[in-house]
Design a protein around this ligand. Structure first.
Ligand code: SF4
Length: 711
């Protein structure tokens, strides 16, 4: 075991906080402050601080597992486990065709793994059926960003710009619990005289920090944004010159907004007209302002339009592509950003290229050494893929995801997974999904492997290996290498992450997410590089070949792009696009039978499906189980007291959890965190209604009824 301090990054959320790891003589690893990384400057939340606990042999998987004839998962050799997977996937492919084999990835995979998984699916398996759980995370913001700006990068500016802006509207983000170290940017914003406006149906810990908190009914923030734009127009606050010079499509968006009178918006959202007017004043008066969205507006069956409405507000007021102003999405998962750039998404090839673009196919096929015509086309989105398990899709290879807990309509998805002919799972722990597998492979974790991630700012980062994995553990790259060989592809699946990254650089060159100018060495020396970063900077003399300059002068190094769109947007004509959008109801409005709205989210001590964090004693004692948050008036109507078990029933199922009674939530809404399996699984209830563009399910609003439970 090495004994030095290794600077690296947290395995969990998209903030990707810097941390130092030091191996201790007893085999454990100490996590300590790393102050040189500007995003967190040494601060860590409890999840990051305790992340090393999951490295312990008693917590994690240490041997491959295969299902024996009696139906039990039992330890097996790597050769037996890999042979079984190759046979299982190969059999399905031979009997039912390549698209009967599915691949499901995760937003926690490094860029190298996400890239290799996408290549494995398309080159080795020949299947179009690959997607990943990042689809559940930010795909509506990605779709809206591409429509408006021609490019999707979570934040188009570094987090350090936030404190210098005049006003930030934070829509549907509880970052005080989801990424606590980021709260300081907003505290500094206020200390500098800026204003923080938080929009959330709950008075969250983040909302408590706000100068103004608006609590709309879940699923109505599209109407809210339209009402604000209506007032901007009515009060003469449109930046006409900016709209004329830097945008297109204003007239249609303007007409759509004018149909949303403030009083009408008040009736839909529950936010009063004076609050709407105050929001417009606070947003428009400073020289600069930002809108940041997270899962609240995005995880809706109209998420793309909802984010589009917030972008329209930014464009009409000249708050995009200007210093200290802009729209950004606070991506959630550790590599949610990079994971959607390099090919594990159903419709994408590396470099954020589109799978249905002939030029993109030719470029990537050239790098991969295959015929472009051999690459399959776009496949199903995450929920649609999971919903097809056991029917069109007979076998599944799943990496770093736990859909039994995290997918909407989870009982149905669990049933679909159980109906597969064959399931193989690569994970660090025996998750609720892994326990259903025919073969489970134990893989290395963040502290045991090198690789890159891309944080919510678009900053590509180097995670470094600090310790050796325990005996019997292999990396995901080694797994894919071995499986490719067993399925007849001997070359093209290296196990060295840097070798994979070098290929990823070539595959991404010229794409929207161009990493070709980024090297491991630069990442180590520069503490991260923002994409796009082409291999060479533009030279001053047009037409000059930067790679072959007179006198052997080295080509210019591109510095990376911390701030996007300052000169032009990434559309063909450089103008941002307004997208005309109108309010519409959620897919499932409350009615007599299901009169209450359910919204879901996270708590500070748990992460996503909880597969890792539920295994950490300190986190588990801080957040031991699910709960139903409800208003005292609703609790009184139900006859429930604090801690009483409450059943929440939707058209998809029933979940039971203790009541947590608080004035911090609207009386027409209940909230459940989604980190737990079993009786209190929130996703048993959620609605898989999909956004027509992003295919994002509607996690944030569905109709439920409450019942008391006798115990
Ligand atoms: Fe890790 Fe996110 Fe916590 Fe930072 S905020 S320590 S990245 S979980």
């Amino acid at each position: 075991m090495q004994s030095t301090v290794t600077p690296t990054h947290c395995p969990y959320c998209a903030l990707q906080c810097g941390m130092n790891l030091t191996p201790a003589p007893d085999g454990t690893v100490e996590v300590s402050e790393r102050t040189d990384f500007p995003v967190n400057r040494g601060a860590l939340c409890g999840k990051g601080r305790t992340a090393a606990a999951v490295l312990a042999p008693g917590v994690r998987l240490t041997s491959p597992l295969v299902r024996d004839e009696g139906g039990a998962l039992v330890p097996a050799s790597w050769d037996e486990a890999l042979d079984r997977i190759a046979a299982g996937l190969g059999r399905t492919r031979a009997e039912h065709g390549p698209d009967a084999v599915g691949v499901f990835g995760g937003g926690g995979l490094t860029n190298e793994k996400a890239y290799t998984l996408g290549k494995f699916a398309r080159v080795v398996l020949g299947t179009s059926q690959i997607d990943y759980n990042g689809r559940f995370c930010m795909s509506s913001a990605a779709a809206a960003g591409i429509k408006a700006f021609g490019l999707d990068r979570g934040l188009p500016f570094p987090l350090e710009d936030i404190p210098k802006s005049g006003c930030v509207i934070l829509v549907g983000s509880n970052l005080a619990e989801t990424m606590p170290p980021s709260l300081r940017f907003f505290t500094e914003l206020k200390e500098n005289g800026g204003t923080l406006i938080v929009i959330d149906p709950r008075r969250t810990k983040t909302a408590e920090q706000a100068d103004l908190h608006l609590a709309p009914r879940p699923g109505t923030d599209l109407a809210l944004a339209l009402g604000l734009l209506h007032l901007v127009i009515a009060e003469g606050r449109v930046d006409e010159e900016y709209v004329r010079e830097r945008t297109a499509g204003w007239e249609d968006a303007r007409a759509a907004a004018m149909a949303h009178w403030p009083e009408y918006v008040e009736r839909i959202t529950g936010v009063s007209v004076p609050q709407l007017r105050e929001t417009v004043r606070l947003f428009c008066e400073p020289e600069s302002a930002m809108v940041l969205t997270a899962r609240g507006p995005e995880q809706q069956s109209k998420g793309t339009d909802t984010v589009g409405a917030w972008i329209n507000l930014c464009l009409a007021t000249g708050r995009a592509g200007r210093p200290l102003s802009g729209y950004g999405c606070l991506t959630g998962q550790g590599n949610g950003q990079g994971g959607r750039e390099h090919g594990q998404k159903a419709d994408q090839l590396p470099g954020y290229r589109k799978l249905d673009d002939p030029a993109a196919r030719a470029h990537v096929a050239g790098v991969w050494g295959v015929d472009p015509d051999s690459l399959p086309g776009p496949g199903r989105s995450a929920y649609e893929l999971l919903d097809a398990l056991g029917t069109d899709i007979r076998s599944l290879l799943l990496m770093a995801s736990n859909p039994v807990v995290s997918a909407p309509r989870a009982a149905h998805i669990e049933e679909r997974i159980r109906s597969l002919d064959f399931l193989a799972v690569c994970d660090v722990v025996l998750s609720e999904t892994a326990v259903l597998a025919d073969v489970v492979l134990p893989v290395t974790q963040w502290a045991e492997e090198t690789g890159t991630t891309t944080n919510l700012e678009g900053r590509v980062l180097l995670r470094r290996r600090a310790i050796s994995p325990p005996e019997g553990i292999r990396s995901d790259l080694e797994v894919l290498h071995e499986l490719a060989a067993r399925l007849g592809v001997e070359k093209g699946f290296p196990t060295d992450p840097e070798e994979v990254f070098e290929e990823l650089r070539r595959a991404s060159a010229g794409g929207a997410a161009d990493y070709s100018g980024i090297t491991y060495r630069r990442l180590a020396e520069e503490n991260g590089v923002f994409w796009p970063c082409p291999a060479e900077a533009e030279v001053e003399t047009p037409g000059e070949d930067a790679g072959a300059r007179p006198g052997g002068e080295a080509p210019a190094v591109h510095p990376g792009t911390p701030r996007l769109f300052l000169d032009r947007f990434a559309t063909p004509d450089g103008r941002a696009r307004f997208v005309p959008v109108s309010h519409r109801a959620t897919a499932e409005e409350p009615d007599e039978e299901y009169p209450v709205l359910l919204t879901t989210g996270r708590v500070v001590a748990q992460y996503q499906s909880g597969a890792q964090t539920r295994r950490v004693a300190e986190l588990n004692s801080a957040a031991p189980g699910p709960f139903v948050e409800l208003h005292p008036r609703l609790a009184a109507r139900l006859g429930a007291a604090e801690g009483d078990p409450v059943a929440v029933v939707s058209r998809r199922g029933r979940a039971v959890a203790p009541a947590r009674i608080t004035n911090a939530i609207r009386p027409d809404t209940v909230f459940m965190p989604f980190h737990w399996p079993g009786e209190g699984r929130a996703n048993t209830l959620t609605n898989p209604a999909l956004d027509p563009t992003s295919r994002m399910p509607e996690f944030k609003a569905c109709a439920v009824r409450l019942e008391t439970v006798e115990r």
